[in-house]
Design a protein around this ligand. Structure first.
Ligand SMILES: C[S@@+](CC[C@H](N)C(=O)[O-])C[C@H]1O[C@@H](n2cnc3c(N)ncnc32)[C@H](O)[C@@H]1O
Length: 459
């Protein structure tokens, strides 16, 4: 029986032992197993023992032959690998051959790689681009790669745009980790759409929010579902402008049900997360993650009573025990590592998430019910979002602050809050909740109207 240990032993006995062992492997599955487990190849390994199998009838065998030749990075295999690229019928084998040619970093491969820029398989194209970018600065390479700037495949487009046409980001007046003092620990009473007009570009580090519901109670506020989505998109576009480069926006939403008017009508379910998502990506938010907030079934409204009795198909109504936390990042050519490097090491160290943490995208958290607001966040939910997506001293925005839970959590975690709330009654709840809290920072909390805030920004 073939084992990894046997393959290893043969490998260390030199090329002729290896050639003999391979020749002795009569069936395809043993040959595949042997080639797959060759692992690291010694410098003096002679790839020619593999060449007889490069046109083997099994695509798996061909794949592993190509992969092993690729590990050698030797230009003497350019010809057989180029032949595979041109002639093999299996896309995995071809992709591996392009990758192997690229890894050689040899100018001799430029023509072959350039000839692949019209390949219909975007993965072949991506591998060819990767191999060619090593020769950035070579006129032929640059000219042909630039022509892919509007390629229909978004991934190819993104790579070329980043390499050759990087967006010029308006330089912010402040370093990435810093922001304006008048945004620190401030709660503004007013319509977020007006308030954000007074907030400068690139000034907020993180936004976490749960928007007002589109439901029977709020019906008069939003004349239609379309108008409601339009309102949310308007707010989130403004949030995008004020967000610092490459920083996060976490949106809590879930589909909602508008109950039926009478027995002659049916209830209607609106898929808010799915409808708002394309609007968000369109305006420049890059989708990062979907986190599911899972609540105990006993804490949600029961829709099952009817079905439980009659058990008739089509009338099944599961109890919705989940909400989404949709995680987005302000689109940027810069990697997240860049964002992190913009902070002093001391801040990064103090912001580390130590000990146990939720490793999956399902967060089991009990909902919170409050007397003074009908839809408050559990503090635990805010704690997780704030610690995972911001640093100590950052400014965290909640444009629909409600009772101010994001502010309470931000302060406890040594972040600043910037909250906006339209309803005077809830604004006062926030004042009660936050006004008497001892604050971590020197920035005393301010509870202001839109006019007062506008004045603050001018001081
Ligand atoms: C779902 S609640 C947020 C509750 C909050 N997460 C908490 O923990 O208390 C949404 C809030 O958005 C507020 N709101 C609605 N439209 C607004 C607007 N245009 N500007 C600012 N706040 C608004 C509502 O008054 C409501 O308090």
């Amino acid at each position: 029986m073939l084992t990894k240990d046997y393959v290893n032993e043969v490998k260390t006995n030199g090329n002729s032992a290896l050639a003999k062992a391979i020749e002795g492997l009569k069936n395809t599955s043993s040959l595949s197993y042997f080639l797959e487990n060759l692992g690291f190849l010694p410098n003096d390994f002679d790839g020619s023992v593999l060449l007889p199998f490069i046109s083997h009838e099994s695509s798996n065998v061909r794949f592993w032959v190509v992969k092993n030749l690729g590990k050698l990075g030797d230009i003497k295999y350019i010809e057989p690998l180029s032949k595979i690229v041109k002639e093999d019928t299996d896309s995995m084998v071809r992709r591996e051959a392009v990758s192997s040619l690229g890894r050689m970093r040899s100018a001799k491969n430029i023509q072959t790689l350039l000839s692949l820029l019209t390949d219909p398989d975007p993965k072949i194209l991506a591998q060819a681009i990767r191999g060619l970018l090593v020769f950035k600065g070579n006129t032929a390479v640059d000219t042909q790669l630039k022509q892919l700037a509007n390629h229909p495949n978004e991934f190819i487009q993104q790579v070329i745009q980043k390499e050759y046409f990087p967006k010029k980001i308006k330089s912010s007046h402040l370093p990435h980790a810093q922001t304006y003092d008048y945004l620190k620990n401030v709660v503004v009473n007013g319509d977020v759409r007006e308030i954000l007009q007074a907030v400068p570009d690139d000034s907020i580090h993180l936004t976490f929010t749960s928007p007002p519901y589109y439901n029977a109670r709020d019906y008069s506020v939003y004349p239609s579902y379309k108008a409601y989505l339009h309102f949310l998109a308007d707010v989130f576009e403004k949030v995008h402008r004020v967000t610092k480069e490459g920083r996060f926006f976490v949106l809590n939403t879930s589909p909602i049900i508008i109950p039926r008017v009478s027995r002659q009508h049916s209830s209607k379910r609106y898929p808010i997360p799915f409808d708002i998502h394309p609007l968000l990506t369109e305006m420049g938010w890059e989708f990062i993650d979907d986190i599911v907030w899972l609540k105990p079934e006993a804490s949600v409204k029961n829709r099952n009573a009817g079905f439980l009795q009659h058990r008739k198909p089509l009338a099944y109504k599961p109890n919705p025990v989940t909400e989404y936390l949709m995680v987005y990042r302000k689109k940027s050519d810069k990697l997240i590592d860049w964002n992190i490097r913009e902070y002093e090491w001391k801040i990064v160290k103090e912001s580390k998430i130590l000990g146990n943490y939720e490793t999956s995208n399902v967060w089991r958290i009990d909902p919170t019910f409050a007397k003074n607001h009908s839809a408050v966040f559990p503090v635990e939910l805010c704690n997780r979002v704030i610690t995972f997506y911001s640093f100590r001293g950052d400014v965290v925005l909640d444009p629909f602050a409600g009772s101010g839970t994001v502010g309470i959590a931000a302060n406890a975690l040594e972040r600043h809050f910037f909250l906006t709330e339209k309803d005077e009654k809830y604004f006062q709840v926030i004042e009660t909740n936050l006004g008497n809290k001892s604050l971590f920072s020197k920035n005393e909390p301010r509870f202001v109207t839109l006019n007062e805030f506008t004045l603050l920004t001018k001081i």
